[in-house]
Design a protein around this ligand. Structure first.
Ligand SMILES: O[C@H]1[C@H](O)[C@@H](O)[C@H](O)[C@@H](O)[C@H]1O
Length: 587
């Protein structure tokens, strides 16, 4: 890791406040083209004629010994919003494609090979997408570093189209499985790259929220799939329409990306600094060109190019660096653990089998209740959207996990009193049959569980890309996304067996225990990263998980942002424009 000595300056023109890092030994490629404006020299000289004339640079000893990066203090631009929403279509595809299958399986009837699907067939069709996603997630990060984020998303669009067409035309079981598998390849790529893409273009103070837009599209996609599934339930060949509908968003995303760029950080990685500057300038339209150049220099200086004679050697070295550099390895532990926790707390089993569970506890309209559960997931992802940057990632995890634990314990107790037994083939036997008060407790506790899940662990793990430095971000997020899909496969394929063998009470108690252990893990190991620049996260993970330091720094960055904002408001109101924050005046 290069050591950085940072300094900072304030720019009070045009509503901009900035702090810049006069960074140490960078090895980034291509600094030359923009490199003339070295961050320390350019700004101090020609003070009178420069639009950034009041910028001053002096070393600052950040009390946390962490970096202070250039920050663009302006409202999020339409360009960034557009990029975010277009990338989030991948999230929608992820949600829709994993969501529609439960309704489709019910209405397929004898449409494949002229016979009813067996229980095993259904499991196979469902699992094919998760398997495909697992396989492609392993490679997607590396591909994104080699060819770019945008080309990979566009490639996933092609896979979605091929997969959907194969399914729509399927008359045999194996064609359906092939379609689901290929679609799964697309889902895996999209699930990794979309949050990574958004994380790289987002301004730091709202990065959490912009990445959550992808999660909102995901849970929204699941909800839409459930809704459409219920609507097309009785329609002849309705399941083909259900699959066919998935073509619309993917085509829209492909067309939009024909006109949109990749992320500035990717261009910097490839040494295309002019291109990176253009994208940054579009993203921060109020920022003077000088400041954009400063930021590019900063990113470029921090951009470590991993050595290697060819692509293969570089990939191997990247993997080595991911494991051997302590801050990278800590990032890897956190990213994989969060994704593992997300899956092993059992949510997807509940989502996929909620219909079966609700029928078991006596609800005749189980589809409607499933829609309520998926709806709760969506609504509380929206709550996470508002909380993730303000309250912070760590805080919402520490609220969500105990809430899940309590809900699951209540659910386990309710099942105990219902005395439900699940038999082979997904059917159930209830000793105290019929619809009982305990049935209502089960449903309410599952809805509560969904709310706490969506608020924290359903959403935060997808912030994974912020944990890794640029050089290992692709490979690191591949590991964690693959962990997610592997966990999804394991849990979804063992859930019914668990219900049969250790009873529903045992199953839910098991998930409750995992939620509790996960809470402890988050409490001791997961630092607060809201408001930090992507490049600052490594300083936090440098010599430990540094929870206290991370909380202090996140708080400080929020205060700085608020002060910048009020300085900017003052400017708009004609008051003393740019009273810099105390820290910024520390010159
Ligand atoms: O974050 C998402 C979301 O919580 C979905 O509801 C779930 O199905 C996915 O597995 C998960 O990754």
């Amino acid at each position: 890791m290069p050591q950085h000595r940072f300094s900072e300056y304030t720019a009070d023109e045009k509503g901009l406040a900035a702090t810049t890092g006069a960074v140490g030994h960078g090895t980034g490629a291509g600094a030359g083209s923009l490199g003339k404006n070295n961050s320390n020299t350019n700004v101090d000289s020609d003070a009178a004629s420069d639009p950034l004339s009041r910028i001053q640079i002096k070393p600052v000893n950040d009390e946390d010994d962490t970096s202070v990066m250039i920050t663009f203090n302006q409202d999020v631009s339409w360009f960034i919003v557009t990029l975010t929403f277009v990338a989030s279509i991948s999230g929608f595809m992820f949600g829709y494609d994993t969501g529609y299958i439960s309704s489709a399986l019910v209405s397929i009837g004898t449409d494949l090979d002229g016979q009813e699907l067996t229980y095993g067939n259904k499991e196979f069709i469902t699992a094919a997408t998760s398997l495909g996603a697992l396989i492609s997630a392993i490679f997607a990060g590396t591909c994104a570093d080699i060819w770019g984020r945008k080309p990979c998303i566009m490639f996933s669009n092609l896979l979605f189209v091929i997969g959907a067409v194969l399914q729509v035309c399927a008359h045999s079981f194996w064609q359906m499985v092939a379609g689901r598998l290929i679609m799964g390849f697309g889902v895996g790529i999209g699930s990794l790259i979309s949050p990574l893409f958004i994380g790289e273009i987002a301004p730091k103070m709202i990065r959490g929220r912009l990445v959550v837009i992808n999660s909102l599209c995901l849970t929204g996609g699941q909800l839409v799939a459930y809704g459409c599934g219920a609507g097309l339930d009785k329609v002849h060949n309705g399941w083909r329409i259900l699959v066919g509908l998935s073509l619309i968003p993917t085509v829209i995303q492909f067309v939009c990306f024909c006109f949109l760029p990749d992320t500035p950080r990717f261009y910097v990685m490839k040494g295309q600094l002019e291109r990176a500057a253009q994208v940054l300038a579009k993203s921060y339209s109020n920022a003077p060109a000088e400041l954009i150049q400063q930021k590019i220099i900063e990113l470029n200086t921090l951009n470590r190019v991993i050595p290697g004679k060819n692509v293969g050697a570089r990939v191997v070295n990247t993997i080595k660096e991911l494991h051997s550099v302590p801050s990278n390895f800590r990032a890897l532990i956190l990213a994989c653990a969060l994704q593992g926790i997300q899956q092993f707390c059992g949510w997807n089993s509940l989502l996929y089998f909620s219909g079966t569970i609700f029928e078991t506890v006596g609800f005749t309209n189980s589809t409607a209740v499933s829609i309520v559960v998926a709806g709760t997931n969506f609504v509380f992802t929206l709550v996470a959207f508002f909380a993730i940057d303000r309250i912070g990632r760590r805080a919402i995890l520490l609220i969500g996990l105990p809430g899940m634990c309590v809900s699951l314990v209540v659910c386990a107790i309710a099942f105990h009193f219902m005395d439900v037994r699940f038999e082979g083939g997904g059917s159930a036997e209830i000793a105290n049959g019929g619809f009982t008060a305990w049935g209502i407790v089960v449903i309410l506790s599952i809805i509560m569980y969904a709310a706490f899940y969506a608020l924290g662990i359903g959403t935060v793990p997808w912030q994974q890309s912020e944990l890794f430095p640029q050089a290992v971000r692709g490979v690191g997020t591949s590991y964690s996304t693959a962990t997610n899909w592997a966990g999804c496969l394991v849990i979804a394929s063992t859930f019914l067996t668990m219900l049969q063998n250790i009873t529903p009470t045992g199953t839910f108690a098991f998930f409750a225990a995992l939620s509790f252990v996960s809470f402890l893990f988050i409490y001791f190991c997961y630092p607060e990263l809201s408001g930090l620049e992507l490049e600052e996260v490594q300083m936090i993970l440098k010599d430990g998980f540094n929870i206290k330091a991370s909380k202090r720094l996140a708080k400080k960055r929020k205060q700085q942002a608020n002060q910048m904002e009020s300085a900017h408001d003052g400017e708009l109101n004609g008051y003393n424009k740019s009273k810099p924050s105390d820290e910024l005046m520390e010159l």
